[in-house]
Design a binder for this molecule. Structure first.
Ligand code: ATP
Ligand code: MG
Length: 269
């Protein structure tokens, strides 16, 4: 636990407002170690985004503690990079200006800014589009731009909320490959939210499965597939099928009410 960069300890969170209360998270405990890639999967509304927001200091627990680098998060956490579920690009800025913005805020000198922005833009194949505004970029290009806009200031801890969610299968795989390439070199600590179990297995060291709302932890599954991984061939990688099946058996009853739990099935036989 000492090496855990992110730690949720018995976290409960009930949103209150307008005379209503919505229990979003219930007794959530898990951690992410230094340089580890952890994914969270769970049904819609189970509190995945809320967990990332707790880590970023955008919301605070009703009970329990969310910590980053061993310190409880009690205010906006500027130590983490956050690729949000919605596009975080400024529509009035060009691609170049968008990627440069976090470096300007941090007073990085002009020449270094230019080098770092161009390195990121080239790494994801967006060179030639520097002067384009977000609405002039495709959905996949916008996603790439949002990711490098966070990566450009090299945060050690990165939160990613379904960054490839609405993309077609091919673009998604290309971006997954790019992300793994960046991570293989930089080795940040990444907490990644996805609905896609294949993506979770392909990218992660550990996959956390959550229950339907109020979100609880149903299981944490270490991934055995060796690195470096080829996301295009992930289905045939040794260990993939077993890892996927274990996670799916845990996840299935949350999204498919007709699925029999293994306990019920064995009790009845
Ligand atoms: N600021 C808020 N005020 C009130 N309720 C909220 C707030 N933020 C989230 N919720 C509620 O908390 C629950 C969890 O929301 P959250 O966005 O974390 O889910 P999610 O797992 O990310 O869902 P999805 O997969 O659809 O993105 C939902 O029921 C949501 O309506
Ligand atoms: Mg969400």
């Amino acid at each position: 636990m000492a090496d855990q960069v992110i730690r949720f300890e018995n976290v409960g969170l009930t949103f209150r407002g307008g005379g209503k209360s919505v229990p979003a998270l219930d007794d959530v405990s898990f951690g992410v170690e230094d340089n580890e890639f952890t994914s969270i999967v769970g049904p819609s509304g189970c509190g995945k985004t809320t967990l990332l927001r707790l880590c970023a200091g955008l919301v605070f627990p009703t009970t329990g503690t969310a910590s980053c680098h061993g310190r409880p998060v009690t205010k906006l956490n500027t130590e983490v990079g956050f690729v949000t579920q919605e596009s975080n690009l400024f529509p009035w800025m060009t691609l170049y200006q968008n990627v440069e913005f976090p470096l300007r805020v941090r007073d990085v000198p002009a020449r270094e800014r230019h080098e770092r922005v161009m390195r990121q833009i080239e790494m994801v194949g967006l060179d030639g589009f520097e002067k384009h505004y977000p609405h002039q970029l495709s959905g996949g290009m916008q996603k790439r731009a949002s990711i490098i806009r966070t990566m450009v200031y090299e945060p050690d801890v990165v939160l990613m909320d379904e960054p490839f969610g609405p993309l077609d299968a091919q673009t998604k795989m290309l971006l997954q490959r790019d992300l793994l390439r960046v991570w293989d070199v930089r080795k940040q600590t990444i907490l990644f939210v996805t609905h896609d179990l294949v993506e979770a297995v392909a990218l992660s060291d550990n996959v956390v499965v959550m229950s339907a709302r109020p979100g609880r932890i149903k299981g944490v599954f270490p991934i055995s597939v060796e690195r470096p991984r080829d996301v295009f061939q992930i289905h045939t990688a040794p260990g993939f099928a077993e890892d996927y099946d274990r996670i799916w058996s845990c996840f299935r009853s949350e999204v498919d009410p007709s699925a029999e739990s293994p306990e019920r099935a064995s009790a009845g036989s």
